[in-house]
Design a binder for this molecule. Structure first.
Ligand SMILES: NC(=O)c1ccc[n+]([C@@H]2O[C@H](COP(=O)([O-])OP(=O)(O)OC[C@H]3O[C@@H](n4cnc5c(N)ncnc54)[C@H](OP(=O)(O)O)[C@@H]3O)[C@@H](O)[C@H]2O)c1
Length: 349
């Protein structure tokens, strides 16, 4: 086990590659935690090389993204999520979900991918030199897209794309309100809605207003000085990513047939994390002309491929706050918790 200091990598020295001539290392460096807690639980340690299952691939990680889910998986909150991730301790000791890199080994049932392909998508345990991903959750990285950009896309970009296109079905000319516009998901949601031709009003803290304006928001408001009711609505769509405002307050700024999409929000309680708002929206939806909905991101190759195209054509430019090594993960997660990041953190193992 190592401290958080930088160590030479087995992978760099043994040159695992698509040629198949160099053996893969037996051990790799990874960011792990063995129990739920704060960033002090994190360590960079050498772990046995993960092995892909039948429908999985092994990815040599060029870059991994940090999304808010990493903090949830670190702290084990909201507690309800532990049913999926491990009741008493995390089932997957390696942190990280978003990945970009090169395929270095394939399970026997994998189709559509080959050793040597540049890929990006979702891999539980992506903060490692090698990570296993389900082939169905990886897409080919377009030539125009860097590994760093690709590593930001799957969870943050994917969630934004699902919210704006699949659930809100935003169209040109519509008025869209994005709450939580300055974060990982929000920085993509603003860009995607603006790209679709919507007039975007973004809510974030005052210090991030210029950042959010540069993403394509036409109007920006600070949630510390402006209430939702004071915004110049009504809006065809509200994309609710942060703030945990009451549903009734959000409905009042929607048009009579507008759509509210609840994505998330921090500070909603340690047990359910604000899930009561999602349940309230689902319960009210059948009785309202407004469409009130929420979702959990469904990661897929198709979703990632659409994101890859948006970045390749320049329609969307991932906002990257910083790029760090594995030993920079703890500080970056602290910054995420403090709300000081502008967009995404990329980790290069
Ligand atoms: N439904 C899903 O499948 C799904 C998928 C991914 C994420 N999520 C959830 O979505 C939420 C956001 O994720 P993320 O990755 O974008 O997090 P993030 O990167 O931490 O961004 C959240 C942003 O919201 C801003 N903010 C905080 N309070 C606010 C308020 N009252 N009003 C407006 N903005 C506020 C924060 O900065 P400033 O306060 O400085 O502006 C921050 O930039 C999280 O709760 C996450 O768990 C859900």
């Amino acid at each position: 086990m190592e401290s958080l200091g930088h160590q030479p990598s087995d992978l760099t020295t043994s040159q695992a590659s698509s040629t198949g001539t160099s053996p893969l290392p037996d051990h790799v460096r990874a960011v792990t935690r063995r129990r739920y807690g704060g960033v002090t639980e994190l360590q960079v340690e050498r772990i046995p090389r993960p092995e892909p299952g039948r429908a999985e691939v092994l990815v040599k990680v060029a870059a991994a993204g940090l999304d808010r889910g990493a903090l949830h998986l670190l702290t084990g909150t909201p507690y309800a999520a532990r049913a999926a991730f491990g009741l008493h301790r995390p089932r997957q000791p390696v942190l990280g979900l978003e990945v970009a890199g090169e395929v270095v080994a394939l399970g026997p049932e994998v189709t559509g991918l080959a050793v040597g392909d540049r890929v990006f998508g979702t891999a539980a345990g992506s903060l490692s030199e090698l990570a296993v991903a389900r082939a169905a959750q990886l897409a080919t990285t377009p030539a125009e897209v860097s590994d760093e950009q690709a590593a930001t896309l799957s969870i943050s970009g994917g969630t934004a794309l699902e919210a704006v296109q699949r659930h809100a079905q935003v169209e040109a000319g519509q008025r869209v309100l994005v709450l939580g516009a300055s974060g990982g998901v929000g920085s993509f949601a603003v860009q995607i809605a603006a790209h679709l031709g919507a007039e975007v009003t973004a809510v974030c803290s005052a210090g991030k207003a210029d950042f959010v304006r540069a993403l394509g928001a036409q109007h920006v408001a600070d949630y510390r000085t402006t209430t939702i009711g004071e915004l110049a609505g009504p809006f065809d769509t509200v994309i609710d990513i942060a703030g945990n405002r009451p549903i009734s307050e959000l409905r009042r700024v929607l048009t009579p047939t507008g759509t509210l999409v609840i994505v998330g929000g921090e500070g909603g309680g340690r047990w359910l994390g604000g899930l009561h708002r999602n349940l309230a929206a689902a319960a009210l939806d059948p009785f309202s002309r407004q469409h009130l909905t929420w979702f959990v991101t469904r990661q897929s190759r198709e979703l990632h491929a659409r994101l890859g195209d948006l970045v390749a054509t320049g329609a969307v430019r991932p906002a990257i706050d910083r790029t760090v090594g594995l030993d920079g993960v703890a500080d970056s997660l602290t910054a995420m918790g403090q709300g000081t990041l502008l967009g995404k953190v990329v980790v290069r193992p």
